[in-house]
Unconditional design. Structure first.
Length: 296
């Protein structure tokens, strides 16, 4: 009976992201639409703050991985000069050239995250019984109003086919406007994401990150699909916030975006979903979300 109760809790937590369930219950329960009342907003922090945070951590990752960016920087000489200057400041040297960047100390992505934002997160066994994997703050401190994670996956618009990907898939996230993000890193979902990522690569320029499909993350924030829903015992400490990547996002940093659009023939901004803290979170705490959090 304990196993059945565990399965029931998992179903109750994730059924709202399960597309066939949505289709059968859409007319009966309005809350499956992630309904936001008129006069409310779905923002804890501004889009500008989200943009600046992503820019900050992605730049730090790029600089840390500078020696491997040869092909990109060869095509972007002005960008190369800009990052050489940033690398100079980072290393606290008076002069930096291309040769000595080859011997720079390379940190792990988790170390870069800690050095940049002051915390690290990782996937570990959840503190909730029968909840499987969860996400924990493993080092440092996360202040209120901080982007603490990202929800990776393939982005589908309302008319695009996702039925077969959704079968048995608890990682379908539904945005307010009906856009769906498939954050499953296994099976058909994994294959679709990899295919779309290869399709959209422009020479040496990668427009998305595929490392979230593996254990070796290049973007250490891309674990948001494993954040468990809150319960009576565990209150939510983060909420989802939708963010459209602007067209002026630096091309050299798109390699760290853990999202890709399913259809490449539609011109629109890439939809991302970040997880934002609405209280301070200390080292050792697990992240818990509320899918229907709305800011009044």
């Amino acid at each position: 009976s304990a196993m059945l109760r565990g399965l029931r809790r998992r179903w109750d937590a994730y059924k709202y992201r399960f597309v066939p369930w949505l289709a059968l219950n859409l007319r009966r329960k309005r809350r499956t639409l992630r309904y936001v009342p008129k006069g409310s907003q779905d923002k804890i922090i501004s889009d500008e703050d989200v943009f600046e945070t992503l820019l900050k951590i992605f730049k730090a990752l790029f600089i840390n991985d500078f020696s491997r960016q040869t092909h990109i920087l060869a095509l972007l000489p002005e960008v190369k000069c800009k990052y050489l200057e940033l690398l100079t400041v980072e290393q606290k040297r008076s002069e930096v050239n291309w040769c000595n960047t080859q011997s720079q100390h390379v940190f792990s992505p988790e170390e870069v995250l800690f050095n940049t934002l002051g915390f690290t997160i990782s996937r570990e066994r959840s503190s909730l019984v029968s909840a499987g994997t969860g996400v924990f703050v493993t080092k440092g401190f996360v202040p209120k109003g901080t982007v603490v994670s990202m929800y990776p996956g393939t982005v589908y618009r309302k008319h695009e086919p996702i039925f077969f990907q959704s079968l048995g898939n608890p990682f379908i996230f539904r945005c307010i406007d009906g856009i769906l993000i498939d954050g499953n890193d296994k099976g058909l979902s994994r294959s679709v994401y990899r295919s779309c990522s290869r399709r959209d690569q422009l020479g040496p320029f990668q427009t998305s990150n595929v490392s979230w499909l593996t254990a070796a993350l290049q973007n250490p924030l891309a674990v948001g699909q494993y954040v468990n829903s809150c319960s009576r015992e565990k209150a939510a400490n983060v909420c989802y916030q939708e963010f459209d990547v602007p067209g002026y996002f630096p091309v050299e940093l798109k390699q760290y975006l853990p999202n890709i659009v399913y259809s490449h023939d539609i011109e629109s901004h890439l939809r991302c979903v970040v997880l934002v803290t609405f209280r301070d979170i200390k080292q050792g705490e697990e992240l818990f979300s509320n899918y229907y959090t709305v800011v009044n």
